[in-house]
Design a protein around this ligand. Structure first.
Ligand SMILES: Cc1ncc(COP(=O)(O)O)c(C=O)c1O
Length: 402
């Protein structure tokens, strides 16, 4: 039977993720994968989590296995707020926090509650693909602002805002990943952070700060959050325990003005009632017992070495006129290749040679970036990173006839 007549037109916005489709194809084959965004399983604090989970279920099972409030388990929200304060995230007296089922749900909630069809929103170009997917379900106009090694080019943003205003167009929000940008690897400079907040005030928009990576950086870097610099309560701060504890627990959050959090709470109620209670109790204990800080420290140690191996091997193996930013954190590096290269077209050759990556175009708002590829360095082993990048260097050179 053909079921298409039963499927709502509205579901057309849910396109299959190119990355997930790709991973399905390569799963069966033995290739070096730079395509995913998985943490290295050796970072997971297995023994501590096993002890915590057992303790939570045996001793607090009446509550931990029960339904819980949509906004999150109260004792976990208190622990989370303290954890954020201890990590220098400013929390204003007007703020509230809602626990979400991973920060992916935070993005979905933002999209469903803040965006009407035809609204204007702004992101970096490129930006996190799954954020684009979440925002697109609300059918907004998305404007992309280019990025360099100091993050979003706020001078370009300013010009764009001026032009939009003169056409009578208001921007709802600017979405940004200021630290260790996924996919570009860039970190926003403090001048640009200040500039962005000035613009938010002048042009009256909200800033959505997506910050999965600032809790473990590999080099000296100014990771002061926009949320901390914000004096007008314009920043909505999204983050997650996916990289500092375990993505499988699905614990993320949104910290923002009370009035917005109230709307987020109503939206979340119809999505999933609440984030798994058990995950929240485990996350609470993991914060309080220092397991989250230890895991973040372990991630920092392991990923720094891998980042360096990828960065150095790229410098040795890639053709001239390619460039990439050395990320101070996160899991990704984006390579801009000479314009003659189309990374989507090159992919089957790379897979045949034993390496898979994500062609960069889908991270771009306007599908530019055909000559880019996103490389993940957290999951593959050091040996795989070294030989995989060497193989990619050869594939690119061959494509260019060098
Ligand atoms: C920028 C960014 N936002 C959100 C997420 C989603 O994370 P979560 O596992 O919390 O849903 C990721 C994951 O890679 C990410 O890189």
């Amino acid at each position: 039977m053909d079921y298409s007549k039963f499927i709502a037109r509205a579901s057309e916005v849910f396109k299959a993720s190119e990355i997930r489709e790709l991973l399905k194809v390569v799963e069966a084959r033995k290739v070096i994968s730079f395509a995913g965004g998985y943490p290295d399983p050796q970072v997971f604090p297995r023994e501590s989590l096993a002890r915590i989970a057992s303790d939570v279920i045996l001793n607090y099972g009446d509550k931990a296995l029960q339904y819980s409030p949509t906004k999150g388990v109260t004792v976990f929200r208190q622990t989370l707020l303290k954890y954020l304060k201890d990590n220098n995230v400013r929390i204003s007296s007007n703020d509230d926090v809602i626990v979400t089922t991973g920060s992916q749900q935070s993005l979905d909630i933002v999209s469903r509650t803040l965006v009407d069809p035809g609204d204007y929103i702004i992101t970096e170009n490129p930006t996190y693909l799954a954020a684009l997917t979440a925002f697109r379900t609300a059918r907004p106009n998305i404007i992309g602002i280019p990025i360099d090694e100091r993050g979003m080019k706020t001078d370009v943003l300013e010009e764009k805002l001026r032009n939009l205003k003169s056409s009578g167009i208001r921007v709802k929000f600017v979405y940004t990943i200021p630290v260790a940008h996924n996919p570009a690897g860039a970190t926003m400079s403090s001048e640009r952070k200040k500039h962005l907040l000035e613009l938010a005030s002048r042009y009256d928009f909200i800033v959505i700060e997506d910050d999965p990576y600032s809790f473990f950086v590999y080099d000296e870097a100014d990771v002061t959050r926009l949320k901390t610099l914000d004096s007008e309560d314009r920043v909505v701060y999204i983050s997650t325990m996916s990289k500092t504890l375990s993505p499988g627990l699905r614990v993320g959050w949104i910290l923002g003005p009370q009035q917005l959090v109230d709307v987020f709470e109503r939206a979340k109620q119809s999505m999933d009632l609440h984030t798994p209670t058990l995950s929240q109790y485990i996350a609470k204990e993991a914060i309080e017992k220092g397991v989250v800080s230890e895991t973040a420290e372990k991630a920092r140690r392991i990923y720094r070495v891998k980042r360096d191996v990828m960065f150095n091997t790229l410098s040795e193996s890639m053709v001239e006129k390619s460039w990439w930013v050395k990320p101070v954190g996160g899991l990704f590096l984006m390579v801009w290749l000479p314009p003659e290269i189309d990374t989507k077209e090159m992919l089957p050759t790379a897979i045949n040679e034993g390496v898979v990556y994500v062609p960069g175009a889908s991270f771009f708002v306007d599908e530019s970036g055909r000559n880019t590829m996103r490389l993940n360095f957290s999951y593959p082993s050091i040996e795989e990173i070294r030989s995989g990048i060497e193989i990619l260097g050869k594939v690119v050179r061959r494509k260019l006839g060098r």
